[in-house]
Write a protein that binds this ligand. Structure first.
Ligand code: SF4
Ligand code: SF4
Length: 60
């Protein structure tokens, strides 16, 4: 289960995180970033987000 969380007030829906996710579990639908099943909590998305709009439960 995914421990990552998006912060919708901060996210600019740029798609950078979607492009780097190795599990293809990030998706932009109707201008909202969605986190789908399959996240392995690798943390790449939060490392690349230019706005710091993704955080991981319990740290980072
Ligand atoms: S990289 Fe950050 S700002 Fe861009 S879509 Fe992902 S969460 Fe939103
Ligand atoms: S933590 Fe890794 S697997 Fe999960 S959404 Fe981010 S990039 Fe994808």
């Amino acid at each position: 289960m995914s421990k990552i969380e998006r912060l919708p007030d901060i996210c600019g829906v740029c798609g950078v995180c979607v492009a780097v996710c190795p599990q293809n579990c990030l998706k932009i639908t109707e201008n909202v970033l969605e986190i789908l099943e399959g996240c392995d909590n690798c943390g790449y998305c939060l490392q690349v987000c230019p706005l710091g709009a993704i955080k991981m439960e319990g740290g980072k």
